[in-house]
Design a protein around this ligand. Structure first.
Ligand code: C2E
Ligand code: CA
Ligand code: CA
Length: 412
């Protein structure tokens, strides 16, 4: 995740900021069992400009306060090491309750524990602002509070309110379009595949990111309809490239929620057949973002999908629940390592270790590895040295609309 760079001017007293007004309406909840630490954190948060600071001496007390009025608390600063309920348990409860505010983690344990806790909270869908090791310097707290303020300003500008009804009609009227991002074979440098990414160019609200509408589609059972239009567009495009003699695999993203209906392989086959695309050129990137509830149905669908011909790829590897056990059982041919373990991995020992072991695991299982999020020359060097097969990321090219993509391809 790329860090936001807050460009707020600090006032001359060294605490509080000139943009304090954005924080003045914010309520922060500090959770720490140690009185001294709690008081210190409250004071520092207040000095950073936060208008309303409340505290809790334990996780249970904090959760009660959140439950009482979930929308009243904007940011939670939580200690990890607490008797009774620890910080990890607090995070789990907050995630289950759908807490939407910001989270800052604090711990006296070593930095790796903090990093893991941060990652766990993100995987659970929480909005993690950052973490701090004890002893906590005041400037670190100030910086994180400002980071929160900036991210709130950016998200409230960038996240337009869209409703499920609007999305439903956008899907029906063909407003959802597809952009394309190349995947390059590392050894040959050839563009081997192109990933189809959904986009919603909204007439009033600008380009809406899939991060927003995929989630909405999943919650309101629109995901099947959305997936159908994406498959149809990708397959039509795949057939065009084939007719033009351009040899490209075409990848699409499949939600695990698509794999609850036994007829999915037949529906996919039908849509692809309508376009004349060779289904063996289709790659299905499947994210295991939730535990497989019904393994029987899932294996039935995956195996039938394989029989119909597309290549099955496990997406976002490392972030979800995909385990070694599942990998051995399921008929995946490709492992796509999430960008969290690729971008900047040469400077991050944990990310690098996960990247390295994912590549090793894939090789053991005879799977192709795709590294996504290759942004820099050092990312590229690292994935090359580690023996990844394919790379994707801004270092090669960003996702592009179809005309820009074709123009880019023709210049190679
Ligand atoms: P993903 O499958 O992990 O797709 C890659 C995302 O990383 C894309 O974001 C892409 O724009 C972005 N990306 C590519 N290269 C780089 C890089 O070098 N650095 C960084 N930081 N990011 C890079 P996008 O298009 O916003 O899509 C977000 C997610 O939405 C996708 O993540 C995928 O999970 C989901 N998604 C997109 N289209 C569809 C779709 O048609 N169906 C479903 N079910 N999900 C989709
Ligand atoms: Ca993907
Ligand atoms: Ca990913």
């Amino acid at each position: 995740m790329s860090a936001l760079k807050p460009q707020l001017a600090f006032d001359t007293s060294g605490h509080g900021v000139s943009s304090g007004s954005t924080l003045s309406g914010v309520t922060a909840l500090v959770i720490d069992d140690e009185e001294l630490m709690r008081d210190f954190l409250c004071m520092a948060v207040e000095k950073a400009g936060v208008g309303n600071v409340i505290s809790a001496t334990c996780g249970a007390d904090a959760l009660d306060q959140v439950e009482e009025n979930p929308r009243a608390i904007d940011i939670i600063i939580c200690d990890l090491q607490m008797p009774e309920m620890d910080g990890i348990e607090v995070i789990r409860h907050l995630a289950n309750d759908g807490f939407r505010g910001g989270i800052v983690l604090v711990s006296g344990e070593d930095k790796r524990v903090l990093k893991t806790a941060e990652h766990m909270a993100e995987v659970r869908g929480l909005n993690v602002i950052g973490s701090m090791s004890k002893p906590v310097p005041v400037h670190k707290i100030t910086a994180l509070m400002h980071k929160y303020a900036v991210s709130e300003q950016t998200t409230s500008r960038a996240v337009p309110e869209v409703t499920a009804d609007e999305l439903d009609s956008a899907i029906r009227s063909g407003e959802i379009i597809t952009h394309y991002q190349p995947q390059v074979d590392i050894k040959t440098g050839r563009v081997k595949c192109v990933e189809t990414l959904a986009r919603w160019p909204h007439p009033e609200r600008g380009m809406i990111s899939p991060e927003i509408f995929i989630d909405l589609a999943e919650r309101y059972e629109l995901i099947d309809a959305l997936t159908d239009t994406i498959i149809a567009q990708a397959a039509r495009q795949g057939a065009i490239w084939h007719r033009q003699g351009v040899d490209l695999n075409v990848a699409i993203n499949i939600s695990m929620n698509n794999l609850h209906h036994l007829d999915f392989p037949d529906r996919l086959n039908e849509i692809v057949e309508q376009s004349d695309m060779d289904i063996r050129k289709l790659v299905l990137e499947i994210t295991e973002s939730q535990l497989v509830k019904d393994l029987g149905t899932c294996l039935d669908i995956l195996t039938r999908l394989r029989l119909k011909g597309p290549i099955l790829s496990i997406d976002d590897f490392g972030t979800g629940y995909a385990s070694m056990e599942n990998l051995k059982q399921m008929p995946f041919e490709e492992l796509k390592i999430d960008r969290a373990f690729v971008n900047g991995a040469c400077k991050d020992d944990t990310a690098r270790a996960i990247l390295e072991s994912s590549v090793f695991l894939a090789k053991q299982l005879d799977m192709t590895t795709v590294a996504e999020g290759v942004e820099t020359e050092s990312d590229w060097k690292l994935v090359t040295d580690l023996g990844c097969d394919v790379m994707q990321g801004y270092y090669v090219a960003p996702p592009m609309d179809i005309d820009t993509f074709n123009a880019w391809l023709s210049k190679l």
